[in-house]
Design a protein around this ligand. Structure first.
Ligand SMILES: Cc1cc2nc3c(=O)[nH]c(=O)nc-3n(C[C@H](O)[C@H](O)[C@H](O)COP(=O)(O)OP(=O)(O)OC[C@H]3O[C@@H](n4cnc5c(N)ncnc54)[C@H](O)[C@@H]3O)c2cc1C
Length: 382
């Protein structure tokens, strides 16, 4: 007798929330994907629609405009977006930006930015990477120099997700270049009509075409000193380190959901497609490949569920979150590649979801800290 596995962090209330999210993702958002992929961005009205459905900041307290749920609510939304093939919405960086504010912002900062972010009126982005510094964050050149009750921001960022639509940027900048990690601050930049701020073109990527990954330029931008996250300069590096498990758990979860989707799509395809007088699924190689993929997806599911439970309990450490990030994204690429192979030539056509999943998956091993950096972090705990 087989028993269906159910993630231990789920309950009936979350399942009801999942049903509503699933319907909206399938009926409203998924049909917009082709338009977003062509435009290379999600339009601002759609962001508001998603916010209006309670799919943004679901885990943020209601007093800050959020859904009043937990990380489990966020997880349900991430899963359902992936299952529905809604991959253009930069919800991950939006949520990460919001969680920086929630975890480290002053009371005034939380009340100012979180409610419009929950409504999808203010889109968030994280601006860490620079043309000459990605993994090595301490090597960033962006400077924020105090001038009265303002900071003057100079520098450039690259590869910034939500770069074209973001109205709130969490910018990593050096406020005291001689102080090493203690000289880094997170500056919350409201792009509005900020003088000296410029967005570069949307970058031309091999996948994730609906995401507006961009370069950003700051040329003498005057930002209120009150916009330093938490109100005090020099805390940026510690704030970044504190939030990394959140970001890495999300990337790991999306990797698992992608494997689950790839498996479902490919199983359906293998049942339909015939060769040599029988369905592909009747061939032993197909059955074994799918059995292996199912095993990997399930092992991944159990591991990420353990990470989610530990995150909910406040005990997910950086090394374990790093294991989830590197291993699950590596396995995602392996599983999606096998699933594409089982589609034959159709797997290489962008018209087929598995082709887009293949191109979309690759960057999971790069952003959010490369998988090599994850292994460095884990190795420090040996
Ligand atoms: C689509 C996309 C979206 C992104 N979104 C964002 C975003 O929203 N915000 C943001 O700030 N950034 C974003 N990034 C940037 C991303 O986080 C960086 O690309 C990543 O951190 C790697 O930095 P890098 O590209 O400078 O590579 P590098 O740091 O130059 O690394 C090059 C190679 O060297 C390896 N390497 C580096 N250091 C070590 C080491 N110590 N030991 C072993 N190997 C090492 C790396 O693993 C990699 O394989 C995004 C990138 C992409 C492609």
């Amino acid at each position: 007798m087989t028993h269906a596995y159910r993630s231990p962090w789920l309950d009936d209330e979350l399942e009801a929330f999942r049903d509503a999210v699933r319907r909206f993702a399938n009926n409203v958002l998924a049909p917009r994907e082709p338009k977003w992929q062509q435009a290379r961005r999600v339009d601002t009205l759609s962001w508001r629609d998603v916010g209006g459905m309670g799919m943004l900041l679901a885990g943020v307290p209601e007093c800050y405009g959020g859904g009043g749920g937990t990380f489990a609510h966020d997880c349900v939304v991430f899963e359902e977006l992936e299952y529905a093939g809604v991959t253009s919405l930069g919800k991950h960086v939006h949520e990460i930006c919001a969680h920086y504010v929630l975890a480290h912002g002053t009371e005034e900062q939380k009340r100012r930015w979180l409610p419009p972010m929950a409504r999808g009126e203010l889109v968030g982005a994280i601006a860490m990477s620079e043309p000459s510094a990605g993994s090595d964050l301490q090597g960033i050149l962006t400077r924020a120099v105090r001038s009265g009750d303002e900071l003057v921001l100079d520098g450039s960022k690259t590869f910034i997700s939500n770069g074209q639509v973001a109205g709130l940027l969490c910018v990593v900048a050096k406020t005291d270049p001689g102080a090493g990690a203690k000289g880094i601050s997170l500056l919350m930049v409201e792009t509005g009509d900020l003088a000296g701020f410029r967005r570069g073109a949307t970058l031309d990527k091999i996948g994730q075409h609906g995401q507006d990954t961009s370069e950003l330029f700051f040329d003498g931008c005057r930002v209120p000193a009150a916009n330093v996250l938490g109100g005090t300069e020099g805390r940026g590096f510690a704030q970044l380190m504190d939030q990394l498990p959140y970001e890495r758990a999300i990337i790991g979860l999306v990797a698992v959901a992608a494997m689950e989707r790839a498996l479902r799509l490919t199983t359906d395809y293998a049942r339909e497609r015939r060769a040599f007088g029988k369905a592909l699924i009747e061939m032993q190689n197909t059955r074994f490949r799918l059995a292996e993929a199912k095993t990997l997806a399930h092992v991944g599911r159990v591991f990420i569920d353990s990470c989610i439970q530990r995150f909910l309990a406040g005990t997910l450490d950086t090394a374990t979150a790093s294991m989830a990030k590197w291993w699950l994204t590596d396995v995602q690429c392996q599983v999606v590649d096998e699933c594409l192979q089982l589609h034959g030539g159709y797997g290489y056509m962008r018209e087929y979801p598995i082709a887009r999943m293949y191109a979309d998956a690759r960057v999971q091993r790069i952003y959010g800290g490369t998988n090599e950096i994850m292994k460095e972090i884990i190795a420090r705990t040996l």
